[in-house]
Ligand binder design. Structure first.
Ligand code: GUN
Length: 299
């Protein structure tokens, strides 16, 4: 069994990105700049955004954090997004989700300029990804692809089973693993809460992606000998084993499943760190105009 060490690969990719920042400053005359918007003070969201801002600093990007209070109106938030869209110094923007229930996430996502949508959540980016046009690919799926690629894991003709049909992970991973090329060319099965015979289907997986958000859901009986297992789950539970009083659990029962796998991601230290570097990679692309060309005001 080989551990897919997301922490190690992420730090290699960060070094590669940091190495390019100097060249970009020279060629573009500016430093890549990510803006993050956070509404309210949800603990998990605060932690994620803090990690993203810290990662920007580590690779030499500029970052701006816009904090809005929980009760902010939708109009005010949309106005803030317009302001960021129109700010030529900012290359990419993320609005941390979830948002309070009085704000429409769909409306907010659609307001972000497609050329600055480094989360890859805008319907235009999702659609372009689906039909194989250049697009920002959202961070978790992109991180999974990069992990498979860096470990040279064969995907062609393999059966990839995904558990979970979220817009952020399950659906895009299914589309990406089915597309032509590497990593891809898989036969894909997308499972969800209404899937019948889930255990049987999982046992047929050469590559199993668990992204349902239920701690320890995947057990050893659900995994074929020699499978590649990617665990996207991060459930925070209270623990007296850690200093912080919290620990993270994946969707896979690691102890029992790992001995059956050819490769497996740990939690933490697997997909999580890859997600953040994918956001950095998208921001780098945005600053280079690699997907939509040069930035123009208001687009
Ligand atoms: N909430 C959970 N994951 C994400 C993410 O990747 N991006 C944003 N903006 N919010 C999230």
């Amino acid at each position: 069994m080989i551990l897919l060490d997301g922490k190690k690969i992420a730090s290699q990719i960060k070094e590669e990105i940091a190495g390019r920042v100097g060249e970009i400053v020279k060629s573009e005359g500016k430093t890549p700049h990510l803006a993050a918007v956070i509404v309210g003070s949800d603990g998990a969201s605060e932690t994620y955004v803090a990690h993203k801002v810290k990662a920007c600093k580590e690779v030499g990007f500029n970052s701006s954090l816009f904090r809005l209070e929980e009760q902010v109106t939708e109009d005010l938030l949309l106005g803030k997004i317009d302001e960021i869209n129109n700010n030529n110094d900012i290359d990419g923007v993320i609005v941390q989700l979830p948002l309070p229930s009085h704000i429409s996430e769909d409306k907010v996502i659609e307001r972000i300029s497609v050329r600055k949508d480094v989360d890859g959540f805008h319907p235009v980016n999702v659609g372009r990804m689906l039909i194989g046009q250049p697009a920002y690919i959202s961070a978790t799926p992109y991180g999974i692809l990069q992990l498979l690629e860096r470990y040279n894991i064969e995907t062609s003709g393999k059966h990839c089973v995904i558990i979970g049909r979220s817009n952020i992970v399950g659906k895009p991973v299914a589309a990406l693993m089915a597309r032509k090329g590497y990593p891809g060319d898989c036969t894909v099965t997308l499972c969800h809460s209404r899937t019948r015979n889930l255990e049987d289907i999982c046992r047929q997986a050469d590559i199993l992606v668990a992204a349902l958000g239920s701690a320890g859901f995947v057990n050893a009986d659900m995994v074929k000998e020699g499978a590649v297992v990617i665990d996207v789950g991060i459930t925070r539970v209270q623990s007296n084993e850690t200093k912080s009083g919290w620990k993270l659990l994946g969707d896979v029962g690691f102890q029992e499943v790992a001995p059956k796998c050819s490769y497996i991601t740990p939690v933490p230290g697997g997909v999580g760190p890859m997600t953040i570097v994918s956001l950095l990679a998208n921001t780098l692309r945005a600053s280079l105009g690699e997907i939509y060309g040069r930035q123009r005001t208001g687009q």
